[in-house]
Design a protein around this ligand. Structure first.
Ligand SMILES: Cc1cc2nc3c(=O)[nH]c(=O)nc-3n(C[C@H](O)[C@H](O)[C@H](O)COP(=O)(O)O)c2cc1C
Length: 441
């Protein structure tokens, strides 16, 4: 399936000249590695953290955590070894931006990683990429070699006293491997199983129990631009609390599935109408998963919600990694939620009993409802299990699966009931397409 690439009004990472050619020479022609040169020609570690803090950059991997806060924690630990890890896993259904950035503009990511390592005093960094993304692995390895040969990586970078070794780590493609502590486990050679937290977070005890920055790869790409152009330039886009741009992907029942970078706070309606071509012919919008399934449903009546962390949270959903899945009038939210419930069931690593059993039960019970074999008691059980399991595992997967189901019951109570006894009454059991493997344009 093809996803169209469009240029937004004022892109930072995806300007056409930045994504036309992934090579180092092309990147340098459009100002690449100028941020790093600026950093190494006189900024202190604290200066770099301060610029990221002033930019207001929030992580683009899902939770929107302030990037500088993480960096500060790691930089201020009094230990000699610290690590930087770039999360290029990208497993959330509907999210395609990280794979796009890796394949089209790998040096922007690598430049951001080098700057982050300088800022927190790390001499070893790892970039995690999935073993089933062979094109991305190839592109990253080439970019890595180019950066090494040009002196942007390795010993005494650009003649400074700063040295950094970067490993392109090819890891498991499981969804759970994208959770930051599961990813650290994989880097250490174990199966990707999330670690309990609290008490310790990766900023305190991360890779090999050393303070570790884990950021999404889009977050690092923004860092490269912030250190080149300055925080005020970055803040010209977006809102006060969600500054900058984000790379959105819109999939599902729209006329034109699209990848486009937009300022945060952009209206969902304008994204869908101006860039994604509106609903499929003859249909209307029914609802949206704005942050993939993990943040639940936004009903169509809220189409004017600005796409930023706080506005979406106020509506009971979230921005996540900006992968928006659209359900049209002929899609079935119950069938779609059942599909996502089984995604969580198979995605659970299984180590926490409430998650293993809870995701399995939710998927099974939703399947009963969707196939017309459910009763009012089935809905009650779904409700109880979702309430019971939320927050009870080592990571957010369990809460995401419970929240997704609760969101279905909250927004579509009548539709769920119409499925009891006869699933095909509505005649609409379509699940929107959210998997894409090619970018066009
Ligand atoms: C089940 C699960 C899967 C996740 N998958 C990803 C992923 O594929 N990519 C990613 O960047 N973050 C993912 N995260 C979030 C990471 O744990 C972490 O918050 C993120 O990498 C931090 O980067 P940021 O601060 O730049 O957003 C996932 C979280 C959970 C609970």
């Amino acid at each position: 399936m093809d996803m169209h690439v469009m240029e937004g009004p004022d892109p930072v990472l995806t300007r056409s000249d930045l994504i036309a050619d992934p090579s180092l020479s092309a990147y340098e022609k459009v100002g690449g590695y100028r941020g790093l040169r600026r950093v190494l020609s006189g900024l202190s570690q604290d200066d770099v953290v301060e610029e990221v803090k002033l930019s207001g950059l929030r992580g683009r991997g899902g939770s929107g955590f302030p990037t500088a806060l993480k960096w500060e924690k790691v930089a201020h630990h009094r230990v000699p070894v610290r690590y930087v890890v770039a999360n290029g896993s990208e497993g959330e259904p509907g999210s395609h931006k990280d794979h796009f950035l890796i394949s089209r503009t790998p040096h922007q990511i690598i430049e951001g990683i080098i700057i982050a390592a300088y800022a927190v005093g790390a001499s070893q960094a790892h970039l995690f990429v999935k073993d089933n993304f062979s094109e991305g692995i190839r592109i990253l390895r080439r970019a890595h070699q180019e950066a090494l040969s040009a002196g942007f990586l390795g010993e005494n970078i650009l003649g400074s006293s700063f040295s950094l070794n970067l490993q392109i780590f090819v890891g498991p493609s499981a969804y759970i491997a994208g959770e930051e502590t599961a990813l650290l486990e994989a880097l250490e050679g174990r199966p990707p199983r999330p670690r309990p937290k609290p008490p310790y977070y990766p900023t305190e005890m991360g890779l090999y129990n050393k303070p570790t920055v884990v950021n999404n790869i889009e977050t690092f790409a923004h860092v490269a631009r912030i250190l080149r152009e300055g925080p005020a330039w970055f803040r010209k886009r977006g809102t006060q609390k969600s500054p900058g741009t984000m790379v959105f992907t819109v999939s599902g029942s729209v006329a034109k599935p699209v990848l486009v970078e937009l300022p945060l706070g952009f209206s969902l309606r304008r994204l869908l109408e101006d860039y994604a071509g509106g609903p499929l012919p003859g249909e209307t919008f029914q609802c949206f998963f704005t942050g993939g399934p993990s943040f639940g449903i936004l009903p169509a009546k809220d189409i004017d919600t600005p796409l930023d962390y706080d506005s979406l949270r106020a509506k009971g959903t979230g921005l996540g990694s900006a992968g928006i899945i659209v359900l049209g009038s002929n899609d079935c939210p119950v069938a779609t939620s059942r599909e996502f419930a089984s995604f969580y069931e198979t995605g659970s690593c299984g180590q926490c009993p409430p998650c293993r059993l809870g995701t399995e039960s939710l998927a099974g019970l939703l399947d009963l409802v969707e196939s017309g074999q459910g009763t009012i008691e089935t809905i009650d059980r779904i409700r109880k299990i979702a309430d019971m399991i939320k927050g009870r595992g080592n990571c957010g997967l369990i809460t995401a699966s419970a929240y997704m189901v609760q969101s279905l019951l909250h927004h579509f109570p009548d539709l769920v009931k119409t499925h009891l006894g006869d699933s095909r009454k509505s005649g609409k059991d379509r699940v929107p397409t959210y998997k894409y493997d090619h970018f066009v344009g």
